[in-house]
Design a protein around this ligand. Structure first.
Ligand SMILES: Cc1cc2nc3c(=O)[nH]c(=O)nc-3n(C[C@H](O)[C@H](O)[C@H](O)COP(=O)(O)OP(=O)(O)OC[C@H]3O[C@@H](n4cnc5c(N)ncnc54)[C@H](O)[C@@H]3O)c2cc1C
Length: 415
């Protein structure tokens, strides 16, 4: 493992830094950036994020690893990481394009037709069209292949009926990517087909879900005879699982790279500025012990992520062990936020940015963090992945693997 930039990486970092200095304002490391998870769907935030994305795209600083002909920079994964590190030092709007650019764009580039690539990718890269991922359903989350959204062929179109849920950003997305069941007579993974869906289509009803953090980041989306042209199919009929796996592999990689916003530095500053018994909390031995635990866990995560970076730097693909980052990082965000709220005493219960330290960012993280332990694979599913694919322990029994989907028991009524 080598932690230093190679001469080429250092030159790339300097170039990125120079562009950022000319186009954005450096963030004050002693100031918490107001970039709350609960405010991402605010129209002003979306407009600001789109303007920043457009500026980056015009200068070739988005999608660093994508081929130049598709709006990327033709760079390496390590260059993408360097760009992310440098951009994080500047005051920039939240990245609301992660689902499109991190997961759906790569899926279209891998499985899409030339027409689909030409129509959708440029607008996705410049941020003028936002995308959402319509995978989860009330009865299909961890077990995604159990989904029931039906797609029936009707002339040149397909008719979609059913319900999706937890669809992040559906309310402001122009396009969505959806997995449907086109054949219930074969086993559950074999009967799926993947489509691009126009979110403005008649028959789509989007109901935002109010969350505990005050925001409505995700939605229920109902489909009632929604017509999707066959030209919007991605991959062959019945090949939807293969296409969805491409999306999911990119999802885990992008979420695994860390989504929490409270840093150890912010927590340390809070402990300096908060008092216990008239003395800075930082002087309290229990507080110091807790801070030491968090510091050790964060450093452990950082060095584990360097393993992934080293693999990327050598042109290798990181394996399922990258799941460790999310499995440890997401609960750590939650524990740090809980501790930060405790440190604030009664103020810890106030979510008003004007009343609580650091603009109530820790309160926001406290109520948002549990969701990050579910999104993109729950803690238990990540443990299963590590057990089966890293430690090579025996797999879970999968009784529905070779059964036609319509014959899979769904509850007492069918038992
Ligand atoms: C913030 C957020 C954003 C999201 N955004 C999107 C989005 O944009 N698009 C989208 O399609 N989905 C989205 N999701 C949904 C997310 O993918 C699912 O919540 C997740 O896959 C879990 O599915 P589920 O909620 O149906 O829980 P279930 O799968 O019903 O799980 C319930 C519980 O059972 C446990 N469990 C399930 N199976 C096993 C097993 N085999 N072994 C051990 N334990 C098990 C789980 O760990 C969990 O604790 C989002 C979720 C969140 C929280």
């Amino acid at each position: 493992m080598d932690f230093n930039d190679t001469p080429e990486e250092a030159a790339f970092r300097a170039e990125a830094r120079a562009w950022l200095e000319a186009n954005a304002e450096l963030a004050d490391p002693h100031e918490t950036t107001r970039n709350l998870l609960s405010e991402r769907e605010d129209p002003a935030t979306i407009a600001e994020a789109q303007a920043w994305q457009k500026k980056k795209a015009a200068a070739g600083w988005t999608c660093i690893t994508w081929p130049k002909q598709h709006g990327g920079r033709g760079g390496t994964p390590i260059q993408q990481v360097i760009w992310n590190q440098e951009e994080a030092k500047f005051k920039t709007p939240p990245n609301i394009f992660a689902i499109g650019l991190g997961m759906l764009g790569p899926t279209i580039l891998t499985h899409g037709t030339e027409d689909q690539i030409a129509r959708y990718i440029p607008k996705m890269v410049e941020g003028s069209e936002i995308w959402c991922q319509l995978f989860s359903e009330p009865g299909a989350g961890s077990d995604l292949a159990a989904l029931r959204m039906s797609a029936t062929r009707d002339g040149d179109d397909w008719s979609l009926n059913g319900q999706k849920i937890w669809t992040t950003g559906a309310q402001f997305s122009r396009w969505g990517m959806i997995v449907t069941r086109t054949d219930p007579n074969v086993s559950k993974h074999a009967g799926l087909t993947y489509f691009i869906v126009d979110m403005k289509s008649p028959g789509i009803e989007i109901r935002p879900i109010r969350q505990i953090n005050g925001g409505s980041g995700f939605n229920e989306v109902f489909f009632n005879d929604v017509r999707v042209p066959d030209g919007n199919r991605v991959g062959a009929v019945g090949d939807g699982w293969k296409v969805a796996i491409t999306t999911l592999m990119h999802e885990r990689a992008s979420i695994g790279s860390g989504s929490g916003r409270g840093t150890f530095k912010d927590l340390l500053r809070l402990a300096r500025e908060t008092q216990i018994g008239g003395r800075p909390a930082l002087e309290d031995s229990t507080v110091r012990q807790k801070l030491a635990d968090f510091y050790i866990a964060q450093r452990g995560l950082q060095y584990t992520s360097y393993r992934t970076l080293t693999a990327l730097s050598r042109g290798q693909t990181p394996g399922p062990e990258a799941s460790i980052g999310k499995l440890v990082g997401a609960p750590l965000n939650q524990q740090m936020a809980s501790f930060a709220c405790d440190l604030q005493g009664a103020t810890g219960a106030l979510s008003d940015p004007a009343a609580a330290p650091q603009e109530a960012a820790w309160q926001d993280q406290f109520v948002s963090a549990p969701g990050l332990r579910l999104a993109g694979g729950t803690d238990e599913i990540l443990r299963n992945i590590i057990a089966e694919r890293v430690l090579r322990l025996p797999p879970e029994p999968r009784l529905d693997k070779d059964v036609a989907f319509r014959d899979v028991p769904t509850g007492p009524a069918n038992a």
